[in-house]
Ligand binder design. Sequence first.
Ligand SMILES: [Fe+2]
Ligand SMILES: [Fe+2]
Length: 296
Amino acid sequence: MLNEKTMRQAPTKRSEQIPVRKPQWKFNDLVGQKPRSDFGRMMFGAMSLVFPEGERFFIRSVKHFASHIKDESLAQDVKNFIGQEVQHGKLHEIFNNTVLGHDYDLQPFLNWYKSAMFDTVEKYATQLLGEKLALSVTAAAEHFTATWAAHGLSSGYLEQHINNQDLLDFMQWHAVEEIEHKHVAFDVLQEVDDSYVLRAAGMLFCATLLPFVISVAFVSLMRQALQQGVGQAKSIDILAFFRDGFYESRNGGIMSSFLPAIVEYLKPGFHPSDHDDYAMAKKVAERIEKRMAAVA
Ligand SMILES: [Fe+2]
Ligand SMILES: [Fe+2]
């Protein structure tokens, strides 16, 4: 009854391909520049701080079960998923160090994040509850990133709020690839153990920890902006900040899609590829690939 392979009716569709692109953005134009939206920069900054270490955790948790995968095309998808996530981590670290690091001290948050979430929570949770739970948390996290990616690409929010072409390409590139590989961790989990309870437990952990760490990162940036008045933060417009925050929470931003994403994921028989947004992702990917070729 709680075995999901028997619950799922239709065969699921996967992304046609998961290409590992290697963009070369340096983001030097953004250093010390005031963004169109301080709220948007800080929200993206908070997520960008969380991504690299988080993505290394995703890779670890999937890699742990790589030898269990019998389906050859899924085994290849795992390799490409790892390739894409490695690139995401690299690019976010360049953005974090170059752009955010110019205005903020990132180390206190990064040190806390690694020690609390990975050296402690991951270590003891996997010891107590097993590696399958880590894989299940990754599958849930990938559902959030794919949901946010679809919102980001379809809502027009990114184009409206970002006036730097490299930054827009960077965010859309990550969004495209989150859609391209959104089935991978989920399908590995289903192959390893298709228990609904395990899948729901992963979502429970993820839905608690992910907003918590993003909030801690956000507060660490906001506190520095308000208290130290460094760089761009010196001229932060508080009214615009809260107006943008309110707008973001109502117009397809990550906050407004958080609860619906949980409800959707907990539906028995759910599969990430039930949302066929591959054509949209492909269209954006073609534009970004042209830009990447022009920049290289
Ligand atoms: Fe990613
Ligand atoms: Fe991902």
